[in-house]
Design a protein around this ligand. Sequence first.
Ligand SMILES: *[C@@H]1O[C@H](CO)[C@@H](O)[C@H](O)[C@H]1NC(C)=O
Ligand SMILES: *[C@@H]1O[C@H](CO)[C@@H](O)[C@H](O)[C@H]1NC(C)=O
Ligand SMILES: *[C@@H]1O[C@H](CO)[C@@H](O)[C@H](O)[C@H]1NC(C)=O
Ligand SMILES: *[C@@H]1O[C@H](CO)[C@@H](O)[C@H](O)[C@H]1NC(C)=O
Ligand SMILES: [Mn+2]
Length: 346
Amino acid sequence: MAQFSRDDVSSFEYVEAIPRNDRTPKQQRMWRYIAMAVAAVVVIVVVVVVAVVVTNHKKNNQTSSTGNNQLVISPYSNMQAIVTNNDTSLQQKERIFVIGDVHGCVKEFNDIVAKLNYDPTKDQIILAGDLTSKGPDSVGVVRRAKELGVLCVRGNHDDKVVRLKTFEIEKGRNAMYPVDATMPEGGVPDPIKFKNYHTGVSFNFTQSDYDYLASCPVMLHMPFLNNTIVVHGGLDPNIHSLENQIPFMVMNMRDIDKNNVTSIDSGVGEQWATVWNANQKLLNMDNTMIYYGHDSSRGLNIKQTTFGLDTGCVYGGSLTAINVKTHELTQVSCQTYVKKGSSNDD
Ligand SMILES: *[C@@H]1O[C@H](CO)[C@@H](O)[C@H](O)[C@H]1NC(C)=O
Ligand SMILES: *[C@@H]1O[C@H](CO)[C@@H](O)[C@H](O)[C@H]1NC(C)=O
Ligand SMILES: *[C@@H]1O[C@H](CO)[C@@H](O)[C@H](O)[C@H]1NC(C)=O
Ligand SMILES: *[C@@H]1O[C@H](CO)[C@@H](O)[C@H](O)[C@H]1NC(C)=O
Ligand SMILES: [Mn+2]
């Protein structure tokens, strides 16, 4: 038997014989403090590492030019990201107009239709998003647009109306409780509560109103017009194809921040359109013209290849139409329906 095996009773006794408390109380306290300090440092390091990873992850989600880390799209969005319209019937239209944010101002929409002498058999209107919300008659604008065969893109407010209506159609109004709960959409960048201004708008929609609004794509691309593109917010100049653009950002962006990240805010860097015009070739489409709305603070904003058309009708500004072949502008003035809040509220 080995001398120091576990069965060696003498060594067992020897171990038992070592006094347990061979440190003074002072030393014990010191060791306890050291242990606590080490634990605290470990916790701080872990928290910092997690925070950095989460921040980077969020940043990557917003800047990804690979399309792999897109922001979450609501399961209720019923969204078409891109529609390419090269239809012969559209190509044959004499005049094609893009109009900025109407926001429920049906009277002014009718005024501009009249001022343009708009003839749906010869002309085409395209609405640059945010047909709905804020103004007096969102449903009225949607019905009139449909009646006139108007094409459209989806604005950030339209998107919320569509998501709420999809939820209502799928689950019923009784499922939209408790009213202060957030609609379960799986971590979208702009969560909405059931009790929300847009819910009132969506409750007024019939199925056919909804079908029309939901059919407005995030990006409308017209190859026959030098690849003209209509969007509500803008396009990320650092993403070199339409397919990889991030729908939430296309509906919401205003600036490119100092880290080259698209932002929904204004005044955190350069306007996306400024960067876009300096980097036109990035999309690899010569002569591309981009028409958009969403930025009433900047107002009418015409640059070499980008046309900002939100002239704040609902805030008592004007409604603007541009003829995409001649770039001729037509405007009507608007009543003041709501006061403008922050510059991020369009
Ligand atoms: C819904 O429709 C009613 C009746 O036309 C109207 O009074 C109300 O303002 C509408 N609600 C919204 C939020 O548009
Ligand atoms: C669009 O139509 C034009 C003229 O009809 C044609 O030359 C062009 O190839 C079409 N482009 C696409 C992408 O279909
Ligand atoms: C930001 O993007 C532009 C192109 O849009 C590029 O020229 C520039 O080098 C980028 N800057 C940084 C800091 O990545
Ligand atoms: C398309 O590009 C050509 C060549 O630059 C230009 O002459 C024409 O006006 C453009 N058309 C539109 C609708 O932008
Ligand atoms: Mn908007």
